[in-house]
Design a protein around this ligand. Structure first.
Ligand code: 5RP
Length: 232
């Protein structure tokens, strides 16, 4: 690990290879007939590509997507994507993360899809998080926690974040739901469960990127293959 508790650096090419190996490791666990939750981001996109290859070779599965981008990619690659509203349960969700700690708690949302990602992860019987080894940290906190906010409540939520000791920066663009995203930074992030509850309690704040309990299994691609860590 590096001095800030993160993994040692990989070259950009090594990072892509590590993401691809983590994605392949998770996709290998998909069985015929499964309903698969497709995550969002560059690592999740590699999983979609790997899954499309398996489907083209005869694997019969259906998918739900966590973003318009993943929906479009999956359909373009020939996967059978159905509306999440039409499914009762997801068998396996596969998604990336921005940072993951040793308790499999993560910060997600650099791609802005964390609201749908959390819904699909909670609907899934099993959620596998796929990352390259640079995403592992000893403790979450250095990276901002994104929150999705109804545009109507932007100032109200900004003041609520300040009252919780955080500082919020408005991200460019909007979510797939047409909401805004604030990237919120705290000096110290120690009580993650408390912050989860406090954020969830703010009216107008419709979701946040702390994933404290959703990840069942972590597949970490690195220079020496894929390490699999299961939630205790
Ligand atoms: C999108 C996410 C992504 O999974 C996360 O940002 C990781 O992205 P990448 O695989 O491109 O590093 O949470 O909302």
């Amino acid at each position: 690990m590096s001095r800030d508790g993160g993994a040692l650096a990989l070259s950009p090419e090594d990072i892509v290879a590590a993401k691809a190996s983590a994605a392949a490791s998770a996709v290998a666990l998909i069985e015929p007939g499964m309903l698969v939750g497709l995550g969002t981001g560059s690592t999740a996109a590699l999983a979609i590509e790997a899954l499309a290859q398996r489907a083209a070779a005869g694997l019969n599965i259906r998918c739900v997507a966590t973003s318009l981008a993943s929906d479009a990619l999956a359909r373009q690659r020939g996967l059978d994507v159905i509306a999440f509203d039409d499914v009762a349960a997801v068998d396996l969700a596969i998604d990336g993360a921005d940072k993951v700690d040793p308790q499999l708690r993560a910060i997600k949302g650099a791609g802005g899809a964390f609201l749908r990602e959390k819904i699909v992860a909670r609907a899934a019987a099993r959620m596998i998080c796929i990352v390259d080894s640079t995403k592992r940290v000893a403790a979450l906190g250095k990276r901002p926690v994104p929150v999705e906010v109804l545009p109507f409540a932007r100032s109200f939520v900004g003041r609520a974040i300040a009252q919780l000791g955080g500082s919020a920066v408005l991200r460019d663009g909007m979510s797939d739901q047409g909401n805004i995203i604030l990237d919120c930074q705290w000096q110290v992030l120690s009580d993650l469960a408390g912050l989860d509850r406090q954020l969830s309690d703010v009216p107008g704040l419709v979701g946040h990127g702390l994933f404290l309990s959703e990840i069942d299994e972590l597949h970490v691609g690195g220079s020496s293959g894929v390490e699999i860590v299961k939630r205790a």
